[in-house]
Design a protein around this ligand. Sequence first.
Ligand SMILES: Cc1cc2nc3c(=O)[nH]c(=O)nc-3n(C[C@H](O)[C@H](O)[C@H](O)COP(=O)(O)OP(=O)(O)OC[C@H]3O[C@@H](n4cnc5c(N)ncnc54)[C@H](O)[C@@H]3O)c2cc1C
Length: 482
Amino acid sequence: MKAHHVAIIGGGVAGLAAGVRLASQGVRVSLFDARDALGGCCSTSMLDGYRFNNGALFVAVPRLLDHAFARLGIDRASALPMHRLDTPQASVLPDGTLVVLGDSQRVRIEGPQGDARTSTLLGEIERCVRKWRPLLQVFTDDLLTQPLSLRHLLAKTWRHLPKLRGSLADELRRNFSDPQARAAMAAVTLYTGLPAEHTPVFQIVGLVSMLEDGLHLPVNGMGAITDVLEATLRRLGGEIRTNAPVARIRVENGRVNGLSLATGEVVVADAVVSTATGMATFLQLIDPALVPSAMRRKAQRAPLSQRTLGIQLGLRNRVLPRAYSVNHVPLMDEQKAFLAPQPGGVRWFNYTVPTLVLPELAPQHGSVVEMFAAVDEALPLDAWTDDFKATVADASIAALGRHEPLDIATTRLVSPRDYAERWHLYQGAIYGLSPAARPNQQFPHTTPIDGLYLAGQTTYPGFGVATSMFSGIFAADALLAR
Ligand SMILES: Cc1cc2nc3c(=O)[nH]c(=O)nc-3n(C[C@H](O)[C@H](O)[C@H](O)COP(=O)(O)OP(=O)(O)OC[C@H]3O[C@@H](n4cnc5c(N)ncnc54)[C@H](O)[C@@H]3O)c2cc1C
């Protein structure tokens, strides 16, 4: 049966991409988001004249975003201008050595014998990029731009399989002889919440992409991405409702027939695309008696990603670090310490300064600084009272204040509880599923419930802005093909 009216739960990049794809094919679309604005984890909020990210900080692998926009019939370059960060990362090591990463003109080791070590590092980077670029290309131009097919995956990657054994740490040891340089490389993927020895080796393609293509920030911040998608969906006639939390997906005789909103209003639809994570969809939004047991088990056993405390500062002064993202990190084998709470005082931390290239995010001469503090994953969400989050944040801000001048005008703290209650991230897990989750732990786009489709960061190809957009396109295509 052709779907005439599709209801979409969630107006992040996945829900918006699904909406644009469906509406462009003549399907009537109604999109519901619980929040008062769209964009989910790819949006910004204004506070006291400072624009803060509500999740994603930057676009990595820009080619993938271009492909996703092209699939929706939008020319990314004209609709969404972006700044390239040529010096995306600098790492300060325990002995004071500074390792700057970026395009080849900017790579530098500043410390004892810095010039000689820089020239060795440049040669090693070139060899590493040469080794991994072909796989990066397979991922960005092929595998991630199509729904997962094991046969296709094997056909495209079999010749790379010998390289794909082991951890990122093993590969970095093989490629980089200088322990400080290796620590800086390993620090690039710490955003996953995993130390390099637990990070699958293929994540090195993210590092290679950063070295080759840099990181990118859309003009006016990450929310510009979802603004383009929202405007496109509206132009195509999609209905968008904010402040509209969905309480139930209505299922009758094994098939979906619409939604109930928290207000009790019933919306009749031929199909539903849920981007509210696979876990929330099957454990919270459907009558438990009607949830297929395989989906219930998958949701209950889902390996969740890390939680974090977001710390965002609006400064009256300019902060001009050596790179957009600065890490104070231990050597690679000790980086677990960076990912755990540091009760005795914060020594290891990361901060990003988007105003380095986007001064429009702050009032004149001001800056925005964003940090994420490691938290105790075992703490229940209720423990995150305002006092507790201020205490945890103060330790990180004090550490930052030892390295950068801070004239703080405003502070925003986003705790795991806030991510759960206000951002609707399941149990406050920022990426939904762990970055180490296997593809078979992701949720399917087509579910065993007729008319129910899933998209978003807990489905293939997983978390990330461009990848979540693709998941929305894949769910829409599955729906259109039925
Ligand atoms: C702190 C943080 C940092 C990140 N950094 C990066 C980065 O730098 N680069 C990158 O590429 N990616 C990053 N990511 C990941 C990226 O932001 C996400 O993978 C992506 O934005 C997820 O999009 P989505 O549409 O799947 O989900 P979301 O953006 O979470 O959208 C889901 C939407 O559904 C709504 N919703 C949920 N339940 C209901 C309900 N019952 N009724 C109605 N609406 C509901 C929510 O309000 C939300 O708006 C980061 C994420 C976080 C949280």
